[in-house]
Design a protein around this ligand. Sequence first.
Ligand SMILES: *Cc1c(COP(=O)(O)O)cnc(C)c1O
Length: 361
Amino acid sequence: MSRGFNFSAGPAVLPEPVLRRAQAELLEWGGERASVMEVSHRGKAFIAVAEKAEADLRKLMGITDDYSVLFLQGGATTHFALLPMNLADAGQRADYIVTGAWSKKAVAEGKPHCAAQVIATRESTKFTDLPEASSYAIDPTSAFVHIAANETIHGVEFPDAIATGNVPLVADFSSSILSRPIDVSKYGVIYAGAQKNIGPSGLVVMVIRKDLLERAGQNRAKILSYKEHAAQGSMLNTPPTFSWYLAGLVFEWMLEQGGLATFEANNRRKAEALYSAIDNSGGFYKNPVSIGARSLMNVPFTLKDEALDAAFLKESEAAGLLSLKGHRDLGGMRASIYNALPFEAVATLVDFMGDFARRNG
Ligand SMILES: *Cc1c(COP(=O)(O)O)cnc(C)c1O
C-alpha cells in the first residue's frame, strides 16, 4: 500500500516533506536526545521552535506588530464561545453573518455569552450564495461582526473581507487560512483550527489586534482570557507542543515554496480544473454554489443519480482517491483541495470523473 491522494475535509492532507521530516526527527530531535514531545515547553530548544513558528507565520501572512499571534487549544469550536467572552461585555450585542453550517454553529455557541444577532443569512437558498453586502445591518455598538471566511461543508467562500466600519471583523479561517494572501489589517481577529491547512487537530492559531486584548470582556478564568495567553506567549499552561512544532514545519515548507502567492496560484489552478470538470460534465456532476461564492478549498458536488454514489466512492477509493464522501448534511461528494494536495491529485480525480461519467452516463 502507498499513500493515496487525500481529499479529506479535516483532519486533512499534510505536506509529505513535512511528515517525512517529523518522522526522521521523531526519536531524537535536534540535540535533545529525546522527541520534541518529550521535552519541556519552557526549555530553550522548544522556545526557539515556538518563536520561529510565530515569526514564519508573520512573514507568510504579513502580520504587523499591531497584532498578537496566539497558539491555543480547543479547536475552532471552543473559540466560538471564548470570542464573545473576551470581546463582548455581558449582554452586549454581537453581529453574525451566517453563510453555512460553521457560521451557524458560531451563533449557537456564542449565544450564551452575548446578544448574538444574525444580520444576514442565505439559509433560504440552502447556503448556495452569499448575502448582498448592502444588506448587512451592522449595529455600530456591536462588539464584533463574525463571519466564516470559508464554509467547509457548503463550499462557500467570501472573496474578500467585508466592510464593517469601526466594528471589528472576526473571521473563522479554519479551512482557508494560508490558501492565498489576505489583507490582515481588515480584520480584528483571524482564527483557525489547524487541521485543514496548518497541522494536527486541537491546535488553534489566532491573529488578534492588540487593542482588542484590552477589552474587559466578561468575568472568566485566567485560562480563558486571550489577554493572559498573549502576556504569557501562549504558555499559560502546557501548550500542544507537537502540534506547534508541526505547524512550524508547515510554515517553513510554505516559505520555501515561495509563500502565499505560490499557494494561491496552485490553489486557483486546482479549483479551476475541478469546477470546470463539474460544469462541463453535461449535468452528470453538479456544484450548487453560485460562481462568485465558490470555495477555493472545498468543492461539494452531486452525481446526477444518487444511486451511483456508492459505486463512485468504491471505484474512486480503489483508484487511490481518498475521502470523497460528502458531508452527511449535503450527501453526494466533497473534494477538499487544501494547500498540501498536489495538482496531480486533482488531475487524477478529473480523469476519474470523466471516465466514470462516460461509463455511467
Ligand atoms: C473544521 C472547522 C471548524 C471546527 O473545528 P474544530 O477543531 O472541530 O472545533 C470550525 N470552523 C470551520 C470553518 C471549520 O472548517
